[in-house]
Write a protein that binds this ligand. Structure first.
Ligand code: HEM
Length: 492
């Protein structure tokens, strides 16, 4: 029986038999992160005949792909779940195999990331594409990409199993596909922050901020766990629950029941550590604020995860239970962006009620499911890593990945209409259009857009100062993929 994708998460009992076919057909990592520490992402251009590539996918890939059902069984069993293999196709990949990618609904997926060009961006979003042009991307990303294989494992210290799997894959691919590039991901964790041991390890990104806190949750069991972890935070109006139609689309290339896939946006984002911390301090100095608050007004959270909307200093819990502007005025913490400015990263990408002329529910339908992992060696002092690089300009960053049901309505809308749009949201600061907000200082791709920084936390009377954060995060390449269902892969 076909499942109902529109059910709210609190009604999704994923353990019930009605979800068995769905879980068996869906690839792992979308519904829930597989959580492995170490990953390799192999970008492929097929070279064998389409029939040979189909046979390779059917016989060598399909049996090894981790399903959502197998991932659940691994988590229930506990311990080391073992090696993970996931497989994705681009629109060019589908075409190579003789399949028409326009059967998938996303127009932008069909064009591919380097070919979407400013015309489609302008047509869909009425804005420019501010990303660096593909001619400036890493060489491998400039070529036609047909597919991506992700391999991941938990053995951060001894990587023998993962490295063996990668070299086996390289051997197998000879005569099937060229490997255009291999990205190496490694999770960063800290067990000590500012000299103080932590009760549990924190995942961090390269600039030193606690990451991976706020995610949409799709099942009742995940919501129950979230409530347990919340440690008694008051209910302030934020519901992390999301229906499955924000995550999956029916796989059009199979007739199997409840066979779904999910779009994966992959963006390799270079993080310039020296530039970020210099601009963070300069922003604080321009506004006359403590350095630490300058950082919090950039990201929207302090390095320890404390949301800027909750406190002007670090040291509070990393709560996720807040809305900036609620239909219930008693729950509106900061409708005018006086504590957490409207430009702050987490407010740009999830405005929690601040979008003008849009209902709270419609705004929430933009949410994406993030599954990124850092790449490159961290600076000293950021986390527990043994391999570090003290050069602040070294190549390090985030292999940003997110799953969604619709690229135009979710990732691309967020990046074009919110992040890179200096006028979003227009009504928050009560300034004339064209003079407000600025772009997202953390991930905006336009160096020319200044933000308005508050001179005092929570105080409208103190005014704001115009300061351009410029950009410390740069796109180095990427692609749009679809994670096809297992029945499709097995029948190719
Ligand atoms: C190098 C690039 C990036 C860095 C360093 C970064 C860092 C962070 C940090 C520290 C948080 C707060 C922790 C959390 O709530 O999980 C966060 C949240 C978030 N980021 Fe990013 N991020 C980056 C790129 C992106 C991109 C490209 C997008 C999408 C366009 C994005 C979307 C989000 C979303 C949706 C949240 C959760 C916001 C919320 O629900 O409150 N991030 N990011």
């Amino acid at each position: 029986m076909a499942i109902d994708l529109t059910r709210p998460a609190k009604q999704v009992n994923i353990a019930a038999p009605e979800y068995a076919a769905f879980l068996a057909a869906l690839q792992g990592n979308a519904l829930k992160s597989h959580g492995r520490n170490e990953s390799r992402h192999l970008f492929l251009k097929f070279t064998a005949t389409p029939a040979q590539v189909r046979a390779w996918i059917r016989t060598r890939i399909a049996p090894r792909v981790l399903s959502a059902a197998a991932q659940r069984a691994q988590s229930a069993a506990g311990g080391d779940g073992g090696l993970v293999l996931l497989f994705y196709l681009s629109a060019e990949g589908y075409r190579y195999l003789g399949l028409d990618p326009s059967k998938l609904k996303s127009r932008i997926f069909n064009k591919g990331m380097k070919h979407h060009g400013s015309n489609l961006i302008a047509e869909l979003f009425s804005t420019d594409n501010k990303d660096p042009k593909p001619g400036r991307w890493e060489a491998g990303f400039q070529k036609v990409i047909h597919a991506m294989v992700s391999l991941a494992d938990d053995q951060a210290q001894d990587q023998t199993r993962l490295l063996n799997a990668v070299s086996l894959m390289q051997t197998e691919l000879s005569g099937v596909a060229d490997i255009l590039l291999i990205d190496k991901g490694r999770a960063l964790r800290r067990t000590v922050r500012d000299g103080t041991p932590l009760a549990s390890p924190e995942p961090v990104e390269h600039f030193g901020y606690f990451d991976g806190i706020s995610q949409p949750l799709f099942t009742r069991e995940d919501l129950d766990r979230y409530r347990l972890d919340r440690k008694g935070d008051p209910d302030t109006g934020w519901d992390p629950g999301a229906s499955l139609d924000l995550l999956v689309e029916k796989d059009p290339f199979t007739t199997a029941t409840d066979a779904y896939g999910s779009y994966l946006v992959y963006r390799k984002l270079h993080q310039d550590f020296g530039q970020f911390h210099a601009r963070e301090d300069a922003a604080a100095a321009a506004a006359g604020l403590p350095d630490e608050l300058g950082g919090a007004l950039t990201v929207g959270r302090f390095e320890d995860g404390t949301p800027a909307v909750v406190s002007s200093t670090a040291g509070h819990a990393y709560t996720n239970d807040f809305v900036y502007k609620s239909p219930d005025p008693a729950k509106s913490l900061d409708p005018d962006g006086l504590r957490c400015p409207a430009h702050a990263h987490i407010r740009k990408v999830n405005p929690r009620g601040t979008t003008p002329r849009t209902s709270f529910e419609d705004e929430r339908r933009r949410r994406i499911t993030r599954r990124g992992i850092p790449y490159g060696k961290p600076m000293p002092g950021i986390c527990d890593a043994t391999e570090i690089d003290p050069n602040p300009a070294a190549d390090r960053g985030l292999l940003f990945m997110c799953y969604q049901a619709n690229i135009e309505k979710q990732f691309e809308f967020i990046q074009r209409t919110w992040v890179d749009n200096p006028n979003f949201p227009t009504n928050v600061l009560n300034l004339p259009t064209g003079q407000d907000t600025g772009d997202d200082p953390l991930i905006g791709q336009d160096k020319a857009e200044p933000q308005r920084w508050p001179r005092k936390w929570g105080d409208a009377a103190a005014g704001r100062v115009k300061f351009n954060f410029e950009a410390a995060v740069t796109l180095k390449g990427g692609e749009y993929f679809f994670a096809p269902s297992l029945p499709f892969l097995a029948a190719l």
